[in-house]
Design a protein around this ligand. Sequence first.
Ligand SMILES: NC(=O)C1=CN([C@@H]2O[C@H](COP(=O)(O)OP(=O)(O)OC[C@H]3O[C@@H](n4cnc5c(N)ncnc54)[C@H](O)[C@@H]3O)[C@@H](O)[C@H]2O)C=CC1
Ligand SMILES: N[C@@H](CC=O)C(=O)O
Ligand code: NA
Length: 436
Amino acid sequence: MADTLRIGLAGLGTVGVGVIRLLETNRDLLTARAGMQLKVTAVSAQSRTKDRGVDLSPFAWVDDPVALATRDDVDVVVELIGGSDGPALELAKAALANGKAVITANKAMIAHHGLSLATSAEAQDVALKFEAAVAGGIPVIKGLREGTSANQLTSIYGILNGTCNYILSTMEDTGADFADVLAEAQDKGYAEADPTFDIEGVDAAHKLAILAAIGFGAELDFDAVRVTGITRVGAADIAQADTLGFVIRLIAQADVEHTPGGDRLLQRVRPCLVSKAHPLSGVDGPTNAVVAEGNFSGRLLFQGAGAGEGPTASAVVADVIDIARDEVGAPFSIPVANLSPMLPAESGERTERTYLRFTVTDRPGVLAEITAAMRDAGVSIESLIQKGRADDGGGDVLVAMVTHEGPERCVRGAIDLLEGSDSLTAPPLVLPILPD
Ligand SMILES: NC(=O)C1=CN([C@@H]2O[C@H](COP(=O)(O)OP(=O)(O)OC[C@H]3O[C@@H](n4cnc5c(N)ncnc54)[C@H](O)[C@@H]3O)[C@@H](O)[C@H]2O)C=CC1
Ligand SMILES: N[C@@H](CC=O)C(=O)O
Ligand code: NA
């Protein structure tokens, strides 16, 4: 057996630099645990001269990251560039085709191309590992692949985007503006290169699709994830939710419906009201948390840092150790050929409680119009708050309500009935309430 595992590292940003620091800081314990030295031999990034606070002189520099795939001094390629396509994908494909193991933190690439990359890895009998791609430092992929492998999972849900969680919980704690808190999250290295992926829920959707494939043995289907981001959640909603005993969190949820026509997969990402009594309500800052419900294990909660240099590097290097130990395994837990194709599930008949916020013109009859739409659509109102003038002083008022549990299609029906009403000065905000 070789005494060194040689790493070609592509991308020297937040995560890449974290990997170099971790390999240096924990060198002796890593050698003991991996059974060999873990050594970066070659690196690639956009700027060769940028000061990153780490010494790059021991490593060969490669301008084109794809060249790492064919170097004789590289056994494992670690891809930390990002982006679903482009150089990251080219590198991963070329490395697998050359029989080199690939480790990546790139959920966008895995969500879009995970099945074809895994097929190639399986054909070459090399590892494709992506623990850092989902929930950063939390070993949730390992947890689902190995820890819950004896169970039929009934549901997987949780908080999968550190940037959104940082924004929502900081707005809640400090009353700060959305844009200011997003800028802080970017400064701290949590956000994606394009932060709209975070705040529009796309990043959480990438991660959910990966977890659903592993947890349910389903063919990965990112396009079927229904996604709503957090950009329409305002300070007033956070305050209303607080008054009602809730916090607001971006929740990613997946489950499988067993129907006579075959299994169907429901995957969605939505801001939800979470009761202050629910374990996910206390998940603050860039922390992520994933709940998996197994038919024998019961409810499992995985929680920890979902983004940032150290935690993400920790997951990347754990994958490197697995490869050094020759723990290859199928990337999605079972071979790609055995994953089940599942059609997307419909949700209209599913029941939930819902928070609705209307921004309306301050004039008589408006409340009656809204409650009539609720009645006509069969939605039962549990509580209703009308709160003074809107923050912008524009003469609008906010009407917030919580419904009793009822079919989702009824709430959608009520919103449809109000479509085009000149009493509403903005589209209503509809947030489900996460069951306890
Ligand atoms: N930052 C975080 O907390 C987390 C990031 N990730 C994922 O890790 C990956 C890397 O993220 P970050 O380190 O935050 O990104 P970053 O933007 O800080 O770093 C990206 C690196 O890739 C390099 N790069 C870009 N284009 C290149 C090209 N054509 N050739 C060579 N190098 C190129 C850049 O020069 C930079 O060094 C992404 O896939 C991201 O989604 C995953 C979990 C957490
Ligand atoms: N942008 C992501 C980084 C980790 O995946 C996040 O905010 O969670
Ligand atoms: Na992880």
